[in-house]
Design a protein around this ligand. Structure first.
Ligand code: FAD
Length: 353
C-alpha cells in the first residue's frame, strides 16, 4: 500500500529531527523514515570514549537546550543519544525506525519514496541520511595483501580490543587523533599514527564553540562582500580535546608520514623499510550517503548533488540537509543544523503552499 504525505524526511538523526521540528511548527503532514532501529543517528555507533568537542549548551537542536551531563563539560556520545531520543518524544516526531529507504523517484507530480517496508508518495522530500553509513577508504597499494585486521573509524570501539597489538592509525583529522590518543593512553597497545601532512592541532583553548563562531564570522564577511577571514581551516585541523592533549603532551603520539604500501604483515615506508602491524585503522573520512537518490539522476562528477542552499538544483522538491557545509554552514553539527533546517522547511512550505 502506498501512503500519501506532504513531506518525507529520509534519516532520523539530528538533521532529520531538526527538519521534523520545523515541519511540525509549520503544521505539515510528514513522516521521518530512519534505517536505525533506535533513536540517536550515528551517535549510537561511536566509540566508547568519544566526547563532544563543545559543551552541552552549545550542542543543541532548535527548541530544546541539551542538558548538561553531570561531571562532564563535554558530554559523551551516550548523552547525545539520550538527548535525541528525548527530543524525538518531546516533539512527538513521527519517526519510523528500522525503515531503510532504497529509492526516491519521480512519480507524476509527486516523489515516490520506496523503503524496505512500504512506499510513500510525497510532495517534497528532505534527505538527511548523513555520512556514517558510507565510510571512505583510500586506494592504497597492497591493501588486499595485508593479512591482519583492517577497520574503519565506524568499527572502532575501544582500545582493549587491541591489547598487546601493534596498531597503525591512518588519518590526520579529528577521528585519527582521537583514536590514536585512545589507544596510546591505554598503555598496552603500540600505536603509530600516520598522517599525510604533519598534524595541525588547533590552539588548546579552541573548542567547537570557537569553531562555530569563526565559521559564522567568515560567512558574514563573505555575504557582506568583505575579504575572506580564512575560516576554521586556517586555524588547524584537530581539536585538542582533553585526551588528545594528554597523549600529545606525554609524547605518546608517535606520528609518521604516510607509508607507501601495505605488505602481507604490515606496512612499507617510502625508504623501503618495513614495520609489522596487527591492525590498520583507517580514519579516512566519509562520503554522503546518497544512493537512495540515484533514480533522480542528480549526482555530479564528484558524487555531490548540486544544491542552492539545501535545495537540489535539478529537483526543487528535494532538499539535502546535514551532509557538510555544501548544504549549509555547519549543518553537519548539532548546533549548526537547526538554522539550515529552518530555512529548508521555509522553502518546502513555500513550494507546497
Ligand atoms: P546521522 O547522525 O548519521 O544520521 C543519519 C540517519 O539517517 C541515521 O539514523 C541513519 O540510520 C539514517 N539513514 C541513513 N541512510 C538511510 C536510508 N537510506 N534510509 C533511511 N534512513 C537512513 N558534531 C558536533 O556538533 N559536535 C561534535 O563534537 C561532533 N563530533 C563528531 C565526532 C565524530 C567522530 C564524527 C564522525 C562526527 C562528529 N560531529 C560532531 C559531526 C556531526 O554532528 C555528526 O556527523 C552527526 O551525526 C550528523 O548528523 P546527521 O543527522 O546528518 O547524520
Amino acid at each position: 500500500m502506498t501512503q500519501h504525505v506532504d513531506v518525507v524526511v529520509v534519516g532520523g538523526g539530528q538533521a532529520g529531527l531538526a527538519a521534523g521540528y520545523h515541519l511540525r511548527r509549520q503544521g505539515l503532514d510528514f513522516t521521518i523514515l530512519d534505517a536505525d532501529p533506535a533513536p540517536g543517528g550515528s551517535w549510537q555507533h561511536m566509540w566508547d570514549s568519544l566526547h563532544l568537542f563543545s559543551p552541552a549548551d552549545h550542542s543543541s537542536l532548535p527548541g530544546r537546550l541539551m542538558p548538561t551531563q553531570p561531571g562532564e563539560v563535554y558530554p559523551d556520545a551516550g548523552h547525545v543519544v539520550e538527548y535525541l531520543a528525548d527530543y524525538e518524544k518531546r516533539y512527538d516526531l513521527p519517526v519510523q525506525h528500522g525503515t531503510c529507504v532504497d529509492a526516491v523517484r519521480r512519480d507524476g507530480g509527486r516523489l515516490l519514496v520506496e523503503a524496505d517496508s512500504g512506499r510513500w508518495r510525497a510532495r517534497a522530500v528532505v534527505s538527511a541520511t548523513g555520512t556514517w553509513s558510507r565510510p571512505f577508504l583510500p586506494a592504497v597499494p597492497g591493501r588486499d595483501d595485508f593479512t591482519g585486521r583492517q577497520l574503519h573509524t565506524v568499527s572502532y570501539r575501544r582500545p582493549a580490543d587491541f591489547a598487546g597489538q601493534y596498531v597503525v592509525v591512518v588519518g590526520g583529522g579529528n577521528s585519527g587523533a582521537q583514536i590514536a590518543a585512545d589507544l596510546a593512553l591505554y598503555g598496552d597497545v603500540t600505536v603509530t599514527w600516520v598522517t599525510q601532512r604533519p598534524p595541525r592541532f588547533l590552539p588548546d583553548d579552541v573548542d567547537g564553540r570557537v569553531l562555530f563562531d569563526v565559521a559564522t564570522a567568515r560567512r558574514r564577511a563573505l555575504e557582506e562582500g568583505r575579504s575572506d577571514t580564512g575560516g576554521v581551516a586556517s586555524l588547524g585541523d584537530i581539536v585538542a580535546v582533553p585526551p588528545v592533549r594528554a597523549a600529545r603532551d606525554a609524547g605518546l603520539l608517535r606520528v609518521r608520514p604516510m607509508f607507501s604500501r601495505l605488505t602481507a604483515t604490515g606496512i612499507q615506508w617510502p625508504d623501503d623499510s618495513r614495520s609489522d602491524a596487527d591492525a590498520i585503522i583507517w580514519c579516512t573520512g566519509f562520503r554522503p550517503a546518497l544512493s537512495h537518490l540515484a533514480p533522480l539522476g542528480l549526482r555530479g562528477s564528484r558524487g555531490h548533488v548540486a544544491t542552492a542552499g539545501t535545495q537540489a538544483v535539478g529537483e526543487p522538491r528535494l532538499h539535502l540537509l546535514g551532509y557538510g557545509d555544501w548544504t549549509g554552514l555547519a549543518s553537519a553539527t548539532l548546533v549548526g543544523v537547526g538554522r539550515t533546517a529552518r530555512e529548508a522547511v521555509r522553502q518546502v512550505t513555500g513550494l507546497l503552499r
